[in-house]
Structure formats: structure tokens, C-alpha cells
Design a protein around this ligand. Sequence first.
Ligand SMILES: [Zn+2]
Length: 88
Amino acid sequence: MPAKCERCQKEKWVTILSAMNEDMICVECLGEEKKHPRYKEAKLMMELESWKGNHDYPGLFAGQRYPFSVPHGSVVTPKNKCMKKGAV
Ligand SMILES: [Zn+2]
């Protein structure tokens, strides 16, 4: 049974976990995702968490629906995000 791509809703034999959130997506959607201005940042964050042993990291855009919104102004660096998180 083919799996359904959680992004384009098409039935696909191959689905891959998104690097940006928890969606299981097809190759075509992965190609689209790679064009996102924050894809590299999201992928880096995921790799970083993986190295730390956190394999349950849901992704930088967890809980959001594609296309992910890009905030105006400067990009929030992972370092700032951690500091913000620690302060709460
Ligand atoms: Zn798809």
C-alpha cells in the first residue's frame, strides 16, 4: 500500500520525513521544501538535535502547515532561540 504524502495528499510509494517539521512527504515535496529560505537552518537544527541524542526533535516548523511563513526582518538564529527558551 502506498503512503499518502502529508503535504500534497498524493499517494506515493516513497515518503521521507521532512527536515522542517514532522510531515512525511514525497520526493517532489522535498524538492519544494529545499527551496525554502529557511530549509538549511531547519535541517541544521534537526542535525544538531540528533547529534545531541534528541531523536524526537519535531523540527523548526513543527505544528505548522507548509508553506511555512517566513518572518520579516532578520532570521532567528538557533542560538537566540535557545536563549529565549531558557529564559521562559
Ligand atoms: Zn507530496
